[in-house]
Ligand binder design. Structure first.
Ligand SMILES: CC(C)(COP(=O)(O)OP(=O)(O)OC[C@H]1O[C@@H](n2cnc3c(N)ncnc32)[C@H](O)[C@@H]1OP(=O)(O)O)[C@@H](O)C(=O)NCCC(=O)NCCS
Length: 186
């Protein structure tokens, strides 16, 4: 019988920057091929990303929180970040900025575990509602629907010389998720 994966969700540190960058670049190339220009994906560099993540994780009093999924024997296979919502146009106080799980480790409950721990972090900071923006053509939107997110807004953003339709999913009261015990990993 297969042993279940042992995943530890923990705060990311500057020492994790290279591993986070690897997950980031691999996830972008796998998830966004055909959705954003190829040139953007080809140009991506794990080294440049590692530098950016290292700076972000080293910042003192940083506002965003970054969590990593550390899998026994494999290291960091996913990560996510969250903080106060970047726009005040929607009533949701918190925002999930990133959430990525390596393709070969998807569909094992790691994305859900990360998302609910990010939600916990938002609640602990008094941010009781959350949104996430996702490319409208990204199948990941079905994951957010499965996690109880409600489609609340749409927009078209001009990026990299192309127009990218995006959809926002919202959770109006994160505390309900906690009391309903929707996270089987908690
Ligand atoms: C979206 C993502 C984070 C989900 O992570 P994951 O570890 O594969 O998800 P989980 O295994 O925790 O899935 C939890 C549930 O959602 C379902 N689910 C996951 N991805 C799904 C999808 N694309 N469509 C429909 N359901 C999905 C799972 O089947 C599972 O259902 P269950 O509760 O019935 O078992 C991951 O697929 C990913 O990193 N995708 C590529 C990057 C990306 O697009 N990130 C989002 C940027 S906004």
């Amino acid at each position: 019988m297969l042993e279940p994966p042992i995943v530890r969700i923990r705060p990311g540190s500057p020492a994790d920057a290279e591993a986070i960058a690897r997950v980031y670049v691999k996830s972008w190339r796998s998830a966004y091929a055909g959705l954003i220009p190829n040139a953007v994906l080809i140009r991506m560099s794990a080294t440049a990303q590692a530098r950016e993540w290292s700076q972000q994780l080293s910042r003192r009093n940083r506002a965003d929180s970054v969590l990593v999924a550390d899998l026994r024997g494999a290291g960091i296979v996913g990560f996510g970040s969250c903080g106060a919502a970047r726009s005040s146009l929607l009533p949701h106080a918190g925002e999930i900025f990133t959430l990525y799980v390596l393709p070969e480790h998807q569909e094992r409950g790691i994305g859900r575990a990360l998302l609910f721990r990010l939600f916990d972090g938002l609640i602990d900071r008094g941010l009781d509602s959350a949104i996430i923006w996702v490319l409208s053509q990204n199948p990941a939107r079905f994951f957010y629907e499965a996690m109880g997110g409600r489609r609340i807004a749409g927009k078209e953003e001009r990026l990299w010389n192309t127009t990218l339709p995006q959809t926002a999913y919202g959770w109006d009261d994160l505390r309900l998720l906690r009391t309903q015990g929707s996270d089987p990993t908690s």
